[in-house]
Design a protein around this ligand. Sequence first.
Ligand code: NAD
Length: 501
Amino acid sequence: MTNTISHWVDDEVFAGTSGADGVRLAPVTNPATGVVTGQVALASVADAQTVIDAAAAAFPAWRDTSLTKRVSVLFRFRELLNERKDELAAIITSEHGKVLSDALGEVSRGQEVVEFACGIPHLLKGGFTENASTKVDVYSIRQPLGPVAIISPFNFPAMVPMWFFPVAIATGNTVVLKPSEKDPSAAVWIAQLWKEAGLPAGVFNVLQGDKTAVDELLTNPKIKSVSFVGSTPIAQYVYATGTAAGKRVQALGGAKNHAVILPDADLDLAADAMINAGFGSAGERCMAVSACVAVGPIADDLVAKISERAATLKTGDGTKDSDMGPLVTAAHRDKVASYIDAGEADGAKVVVDGRTVQADGGQEGFWLGPTLLDNVTPQMSVYTDEIFGPVLSVLRVETYDQALELINANPYGNGTAIFTNDGGAARRFQNEVEVGMVGINVPIPVPMAYYSFGGWKASLFGDSHAHGMDGVQFFTRQKAITQRWLDPSHGGINLGFPQNG
Ligand code: NAD
């Protein structure tokens, strides 16, 4: 085990400072083999401060760099990323476990945000009002915040950071990215790509670590905003701590996504969609469907169609020809499997059992096959908790209203979908459902980069979603200017409030 994954600061690898016990390290594992492939440095407070200081030092020059120059770096970054995305996908698969095609898909969805950010000169345009008062003009500009922090989860080591940093950098901020300690290498690869693209040193930095690093980012006065994605309890903590320290915070949390299948739906389409959304990336997606709500008499047919398809899926090493890879760690695999045990004990029917999967991968890999549970009820822990694994629960209800009530009563509100051939029903659902992202005959409705990504309720704390115009607004502060140049009429001394004329 020789590979140490360190911080990246000022365009160089930064090993971190040794405390009394040396640099703190955590193992990084290939989930398909169970083999420890490296060790990641876990920042001390002093390390975090070194990285934050570098971002702060780089800010004044980057803030004043012209939009033309900023955008030329972004275009170059986009080209390099596009040419070399296979390399990044391979890194993701080796530490996360998702299959290569899925890793490539993740990079492509992140690249969309880079492309969106290439249009920043247009998006940053302010307003101008001539002669708001006689010979007085009013206009507005948007300015960057300063050094900003991005704290990301293990399940999208490239795409989730890319929801934020292209827009943050394009708008003139400098960045400290704190990736998940489970798959830290993608962030360093991205940092090297920025260097190659010509981004000045200190504008994009990587801080490896755990709670120590996060807490310093949340409280250090030099950090002006925090973009967090992860589980709900940590998102809540990040939001409370960061805002108490006076920072702008957007904290995206966990999910429990429902898909409603109405009786008139195309059941083959719906069954395909449940397979893709339930088991893609081994269910480790915040937009995965984990609760399939079958409405009316179609439940038996739907369960049969999903189970036929699930039986054909190949679970194995993501570098081989597999449909689904392993879970991220042994502990997570065991936790997900324990939810299947609990569901069974609570009376759910195990239609497809992933606990007995024969995977095409290392014996010590963290395997769990696709699992389909039927007759799940809202009281079971397999329904109430976010499982984050390849477990699809079918809940049976009689009416559309019962399906809607189930979703709206759920504490999470990230994504949802409805499958139907009835446009009126779909339109009603889009209007009534209390969820941030809605798919109509689309199981994973991740918005394009020029819309914004974000859930409702316990799936997002703060009022700003990721990327799109929300991203531009989040990473800038607005300034309104009132000016008078010609024929200034001083009007003498007047202590009254300024009025227009
Ligand atoms: P996590 O909450 O365990 O970790 C997220 C980040 O927080 C990591 O960088 C981690 O190092 C840090 N962290 C962990 N514990 C911490 C603590 N006690 N104090 C401070 N920082 C801490 O999440 P995860 O397991 O890496 O990712 C999976 C979760 O992320 C799921 O709940 C999933 O739904 C969610 N997620 C949500 C979205 C979304 O858009 N809403 C997208 C992707 C993932």
